[in-house]
Ligand binder design. Structure first.
Ligand SMILES: *Cc1c(COP(=O)(O)O)cnc(C)c1O
Length: 390
């Protein structure tokens, strides 16, 4: 296992690995198939659905970053989650998932459980009683998403893993929000790490991808078999692009976080901002756990807009440097209204239960200059206060 720091692993994986031309950057292999050296001699790669050099390098980079033993790169984060449940759950098995998980994850688990593929229970994992009651039902799998989307709630990974081990459950942590730069779930007791590499891992908002990283080689083999079986694996081009994006992961995460800290300070002075959700804030209920299990607070944040819904829409429309769009973790700053965008598939009741209000706005702080970002927020709030939609 590499003892190197994430930024170094991110930059160096696969560099100078080309034995044919000694290309410093590993070349892309688009071929769908590979020749058999001789009759009956199966090559390392035979067909791209089951394996490809670029996907292999990306898998190595990702499992080394997470201190795992193997990985399966998939064509999106959702298919990584789908691969994981497909491999381990049958009709009588239960998965316990967070009630405020990513909207697409909620839809996937809910829809498949309604078809009878497996059973699902959504719980507030920061509520000990609710969590323990769910674990007492002996789930086969537990999914943790911390910090959660969009409320940035923090779940104690080590504690849940201990409870889960008592009933033999396997645990995956969706580490999309922090990346291994700020959080290493396998070291805290998890069995799997899942990412939507679409977000910070690729970081440039130009590739959809995902990964399941495993703590053991056995699980990696099992998942690779399933990935090939259900056709969930990622393409060579996407893998090439994602590895290119990963090169700057360490540097990007640092700037994302520094800028979000500056934005947080500013938001606390703004009268149209109500509750702010970010684990770096001492009043945030997950602050202490975050300090314990994370090496950085991360840059995703959300806040309640303290004005009318009409004013909220007006404010969003006045922003110039925050694009109104879904997704997160790219170089460009984004603003999202979870209730009508990323989380709309949940329906009103589930949204309310998860605490996602109509006034909630989520920011993905990008890599523009932080002063420009703050100036932009300030002018939009100012216009809303003075003109607004009233
Ligand atoms: C985006 C996201 C997903 C889904 O990933 P896709 O690449 O969009 O399929 C899953 N979990 C979290 C936390 C996400 O942000």
């Amino acid at each position: 296992m590499s003892t190197r720091k994430p930024a170094t692993i991110a930059v160096r994986t696969g560099i100078e690995s080309d034995t044919q031309h000694h290309a410093v950057v590993p070349p892309i292999y688009l071929s769908t198939n590979y020749g058999f050296p001789a009759f009956g001699e199966v090559p390392t790669y035979d067909y791209t659905r089951s394996g490809n050099p670029n996907r292999g390098l990306l898998e190595t980079a990702l499992f080394e970053l997470e201190s795992g033993k193997g990985a399966v790169v998939t064509n999106c984060g959702t298919s990584a989650l789908n691969l994981w449940v497909s491999a381990f759950l049958g009709p009588d098995d239960l998965i316990v998932a967070p009630h405020d998980c990513y909207g697409g994850t909620y839809r996937l688990f809910n829809t498949r459980s309604n078809k009878g593929d497996f059973k699902v229970q959504f719980v507030d994992q920061s509520n000990d009683q609710e969590l323990e009651a769910a674990i007492a039902k002996k789930p086969k799998l537990i999914l943790i998403e911390t910090p959660s989307n969009p409320l940035v709630r923090v779940v104690d990974i080590e504690k849940v893993c201990q409870l889960a081990k008592n009933v033999g459950a396997l645990i995956a942590v969706d580490n999309t929000f922090l990346t291994p730069v700020f959080q290493k779930p396998l070291e805290l007791g998890a069995d799997f790490v899942i990412h939507s590499t679409t977000k910070f891992i690729n970081g440039h908002s130009d590739v959809i991808g995902g990964v399941v990283i495993t703590k053991t080689e056995e699980h990696a083999e099992e998942l690779a078999w399933w990935g090939n079986c259900i056709g969930a694996t990622g393409t060579p081009f996407d893998s090439y692009m994602t590895l290119r994006g990963i090169r700057t992961l360490g540097a990007r995460m640092r700037v994302h976080e520094e800028s979000s800290a500056e934005i947080l300070s500013y938001l606390q002075t703004e009268e149209l901002v109500g509750t702010i959700y970010h684990p770096s804030l001492p009043q945030h209920p997950g602050h202490e756990i975050a300090k314990k299990q994370q090496s950085g607070f991360g840059s995703m944040l959300s806040f309640e807009f303290a004005g009318s819904f009409e004013d909220l829409k007006y404010f969003v429309g006045k922003l110039e440097l925050f694009s109104l769009a879904e997704s997160l973790g790219g170089v460009e700053s984004l603003i999202c209204h979870p209730a009508s965008m990323t989380h709309r598939a949940m329906g009103e009741e589930a949204l309310e239960e998860a605490g996602v209000s109509q006034n909630l706005l989520r920011l993905s702080v990008g890599l523009e200059d932080a002063t420009d970002l703050i100036d932009d927020l300030r002018q939009a709030f100012e216009q809303t206060r003075t003109q607004g939609a009233r």
